[in-house]
Design a protein around this ligand. Structure first.
Ligand code: ADP
Ligand code: MG
Length: 247
């Protein structure tokens, strides 16, 4: 099962050293159960703040954030999170890291780890330690770890931002495979317009100062998407226009 996410008139003000920053102002959007939404916008427009409020890592917002019809009051195991840095435990193997948040019998754990290792093409690295992995491999392990408890919601904050362009495309395909397999509701924060158009059912464009929703674009193209198609180029151009990057 996957859960619907709703944000209604969400605001967040940070106060530090006498300064106030309105990180979010009147942010409203929803993510349907099983939908993939990409959140895109320039640095500082509040993307991470939105994701952290959905994750329950930041509860100091005004307005309403709901997951599965209940207000978010703190972090829960049914929300898997992936960050730009892999955040794997350096002293654990890939298999141990994947099972870090998993609760179940030894047999269930072994089965779940095997399934995710296979899905993320990490079988050969099950007993490797994070320092020996490439950036892409480490992010595959981080995604596998987030998926291990079978989360209802998958939240990704620029997960491929530190990877080279070729690895990034491989990772986008891998993420799409797991999303289509598990039907998880997914919210992906990205700076990358192509990444949003490849993966998302809808793209939410945010603008800064104060952080707000500027535009929502539905991408009604079948999966897997053809990065070289005319329809793809049309969606890319529309998003570029939103950022005044084309005329
Ligand atoms: P994005 O992820 O889109 O780059 P963030 O959500 O991280 O943006 O930040 C939005 C705004 O809120 C920025 O101006 C940032 O400086 C500010 N901000 C975020 N977290 C904090 C914090 N813990 N304390 C003070 N200001 C913060
Ligand atoms: Mg951020």
């Amino acid at each position: 099962m996957s859960l619907r996410i709703e944000l209604e008139d969400v605001g967040r003000v940070f106060r530090s050293r006498g300064r106030e920053v309105t990180a979010l102002d009147g942010v409203s959007f929803e993510v349907e159960a099983g939908e993939f939404v990409a959140l895109i916008g320039p640095s500082g427009c509040g993307k991470s703040t939105v994701l952290r409020s959905i994750a329950g890592l930041d509860t100091q917002y005004t307005g309403r954030v709901g997951v599965g019809g209940s207000p978010v009051t703190g972090p829960r195991a049914d929300r898997g999170m992936v960050f730009q840095e892999h955040r794997l435990l350096p002293w654990g193997t890939v298999r141990e890291n994947i099972l870090f948040g998993f609760r179940g019998t030894r047999a269930e754990a072994a089965e779940r780890a095997d399934e995710l290792l296979e899905l993320m093409h990490l079988e050969a690295f099950a007993d490797a330690y994070p320092h020996s992995l490439s950036g892409g491999m480490a992010q595959r392990a981080a995604i596998a770890r987030a998926l291990a408890p079978r989360p209802e919601v998958l939240l990704l904050d620029e997960p491929f931002g530190a990877l080279d362009a070729f690895t990034r495309i491989e990772m986008q395909d891998a993420l799409q495979d797991v999303w289509r397999r598990f039907h998880t509701t997914a919210v992906l924060v990205t700076h990358d317009i192509d990444e949003a158009v490849v993966l998302a059912n809808r793209v939410v464009v945010m603008a800064p100062r104060p952080g707000r929703v500027q535009h929502v674009q539905r991408i009604d193209l079948p999966f897997p998407r053809n990065r070289a198609s005319d329809e793809f180029a049309r969606h890319r151009a529309e998003l570029l226009r939103q950022f005044h990057l084309v005329h």
